[in-house]
Design a protein around this ligand. Sequence first.
Ligand SMILES: Cc1cc2nc3c(=O)[nH]c(=O)nc-3n(C[C@H](O)[C@H](O)[C@H](O)COP(=O)(O)OP(=O)(O)OC[C@H]3O[C@@H](n4cnc5c(N)ncnc54)[C@H](O)[C@@H]3O)c2cc1C
Length: 386
Amino acid sequence: MDRLKVIVVGAGMGGLTAALALRQAGYEIEIFDRVPALLPAGAGVSLWSNGVKVLDRLGLGSALAAAGGRMERVCYRDQHGQLLTDFSLEPLVQAVGERPYPVTRTELQRLLLDALGPETVQLNAECVGIEQDDHCATALFADGRRARGDLVVAADGTHSALRAVVLGHVQPRRYVGYVNWNGLVEHGDGLPPADTWTTFVGAHQRAALMPVGGERFYFFFDVPLPEGAPPHPAGPRAELLQHFAGWAEPVQALIARLDPARTNRIAIHDVDPLPVLVRGRLALLGDAAHSMPPDLGQGGCQAMEDAWVLAHQLLTNNLGVPDALQRYQHARQQRTTEIVLRARKRSEMTHGHDPQKTRGWYAELAREDGSNILGGIIKTVLGGPL
Ligand SMILES: Cc1cc2nc3c(=O)[nH]c(=O)nc-3n(C[C@H](O)[C@H](O)[C@H](O)COP(=O)(O)OP(=O)(O)OC[C@H]3O[C@@H](n4cnc5c(N)ncnc54)[C@H](O)[C@@H]3O)c2cc1C
């Protein structure tokens, strides 16, 4: 189908990647976001090779390589700093033909916006519903604006308003049982090697550092906490010092160096896999379609895969938009369901849902030579569309 007009709701990494793929397919696009200014939520993101391949295909490969971190090795240590495993990521690169690139969210957003052009996103536009008939779909905004196109892409994130339009009911988000803190910190004394993704594990908690561009690490901490546990009144440093008291020196160095004002604190949620991803001329994409815990680092990568597959299905179909969207759903549903459930399972294992299983995982890490962990990542990457 040519000369389609696509309305994209949401300018996160899913919406922007979809808009770019659809524009490169030759379609007219309009992007809307409810925020008054586009500031990325969160600090960093690890783009595994399947997400990177989508950006390669959209012409952003070398820009991403320049912005991303050079991550050569993976290392796990226990909370006292004792080595569990340390291995090269090279077998992954050799198996799938592309590197992973951890990158700051600001850099990733800049790459996508630069490729789209600065005036593309219409701001202060909160989508509250859609109307559709046999010929078109119209997004409706809180301020009375309307945007009409051949289809609407709902890339409105984990709190998606348009998910309920597709499903016919509200699907609740589910607290997975832990809180995550994340931010950026410069390389430096006392921190682990700059080319290594280092994770300290113990007591069902994690503290990790991943190299991103600009001689910085993207760091994160996870702690299982009851639902609704309030933040420490003295801020994230005090809270992390409390949870990670007695942990290894590099963890203490990280807590000492982080900028509390730029450390995010997020209660991690997911959403049960959805029975449908499309309705007529409306397609869910990214976290709107599949919200998962970040334990596989695949949420954003799956949003990018969605974007590529959606553009491909529209480009290779002449039966009409609803038919192409059905094929998009067919191509994405099983894959994303499987990844949501794997991410949930991994989150439970990592965070002591069943303490015996978490102890077993620590023991496995001590025996790991890289082949199991890399095998899982390779399978995920090779299961993607590119
Ligand atoms: C702690 C953490 C770590 C993560 N780490 C990784 C990782 O390493 N690798 C990875 O691949 N993924 C990771 N993820 C997942 C990744 O962040 C998400 O999967 C990704 O951001 C989803 O992109 P999206 O565009 O679908 O949604 P979002 O990025 O949430 O964007 C949604 C956009 O829609 C807008 N919006 C919402 N409602 C409306 C409305 N009604 N009208 C108009 N606009 C609206 C919002 O303002 C926002 O700009 C992580 C997530 C978390 C929480």
